[in-house]
Design a protein. Structure first.
Length: 281
C-alpha cells in the first residue's frame, strides 16, 4: 500500500484499463517514488488527520498518504481513473466529482482537513482561491502546481509574481514554496517546471472585520487590472484622494507595492466614505 507507482507500473495500469493521460484535464501523473515520499513527508499528516486529495489519478500519492494512517478522501473527475482507484485502493473513499462542484460540508462532515494534491495546471489557482474563500475547514494545503502558479500564490509585495491572487492568499493564510519538482517525475512529462507550495490558514488580518472580503478582493482586482498605472489612475473609478489620505497610502504607488494591511485600510476608507460600512465611533 505504501509503495508509490513507478513509470512502468503507471503505464501498465493505464494500458490495462485502456486509458491515456488526458491533456484536456491537465493529467500529468507523478511516477517518481522519491518525489511522492517527499510530498508525504512535507504534508506531515498521520492517524489523526483527514486528508483530501484532489485529482488522485492513478493513486500514486494516495497510497503513501493512506500508509501514514490518515483518513484519505480521493477526489477524481475522470471516470476511468475512478475505476482504477476502486480496483487498487478498495478501502479508500473515492469521490467521482469535479473539485469545483464538490459540496464540501458533506465531504468534511464538520471536521478540519488537510489538502494534499497534484493540482492540474489549468485549475490550480481557482481551486486554491475558492477553498481559501469558502472552505475554512481546510486548514492546511500542500499542493504541487506549475512553478509560475506557485510563485504567484506565495509572492509578497514588490515582486513581479505578486498579484491579486497573492493578496487573497495572504489575507487568509501564509504560503511558501517548499520544493521544486522537475518535469521528469511525471507521466507524461510537462513542458514546465513545478513546485510544492505549503499553505497554512490563519485568521483574517487585523482591522478587516468591518469590510467584507469580496468587497476587498474586488478592489484588489481593480488595482492590479492596470498594474503599470499608479493607484490614483487604476482606482480612479472608486477612490478619491481623501481615501488614500485616510488609509495613509501614497496614491502614486502601484498595486504591487501594497501588502494586505494596506489594501484593508484603503478598502475600509473607501467603504466608509461611500457609507457601505459605519465609521469609527
Amino acid at each position: 500500500m505504501s509503495t508509490a507507482l513507478g513509470p512502468r507500473e503507471a503505464a501498465e495500469l493505464l494500458r490495462r484499463h485502456g486509458l491515456r493521460p488526458r491533456q484536456s484535464l491537465g493529467q500529468n501523473f507523478v511516477v517518481d517514488p522519491n518525489t511522492v515520499r517527499r510530498i508525504v513527508r512535507l504534508a506531515d499528516v498521520g492517524p489523526d488527520d483527514h486528508v483530501v486529495e484532489i485529482g488522485a489519478g492513478l493513486g500514486s500519492l494516495t497510497r503513501p498518504l493512506v500508509a501514514t494512517g490518515a483518513r484519505v478522501t480521493a477526489i477524481e473527475v475522470d471516470e476511468g481513473l475512478v475505476d482504477v482507484l476502486h480496483e487498487t485502493l478498495p478501502d479508500v473513499e473515492v469521490l467521482a466529482a469535479d473539485a469545483r462542484d464538490v459540496v464540501w460540508d458533506r465531504v468534511l462532515g464538520g471536521e478540519p482537513a488537510t489538502l494534499v494534491a497534484n493540482l492540474p495546471y489549468n485549475v490550480a489557482t481557482p481551486i486554491v482561491a475558492d477553498l481559501l474563500d469558502h472552505v475554512p475547514l481546510i486548514e492546511r494545503m500542500l499542493v504541487m502546481v506549475q512553478a509560475e502558479v506557485g510563485e504567484r500564490l506565495a509572492a509578497g509585495p514588490g515582486s513581479k509574481a505578486y498579484g491579486a491572487v497573492s493578496v487573497k492568499v495572504r489575507y487568509w493564510a501564509t504560503a511558501a514554496v517548499v520544493g521544486k519538482v522537475p518535469p521528469t517525475v511525471f507521466l507524461p512529462q510537462p513542458k514546465v517546471e513545478s513546485v510544492l507550495v505549503a499553505v497554512r490558514r490563519h485568521g483574517p488580518p487585523e482591522g478587516s472585520d468591518a469590510l467584507p472580503p469580496d468587497q476587498l478582493f474586488a478592489l484588489v482586482r481593480a488595482g492590479f487590472g492596470q498594474r503599470r498605472k499608479t493607484l490614483r489612475r487604476s482606482l480612479e473609478a472608486v477612490a478619491v484622494d481623501a481615501d488614500f489620505d485616510a488609509a495613509g497610502i501614497d496614491p502614486r504607488m502601484r498595486a504591487e507595492q501594497l501588502d494586505v494591511a494596506d489594501w484593508v485600510r484603503l478598502g475600509t476608507a473607501i467603504a466608509q466614505r461611500a457609507g457601505k460600512i459605519g465609521g469609527s465611533s
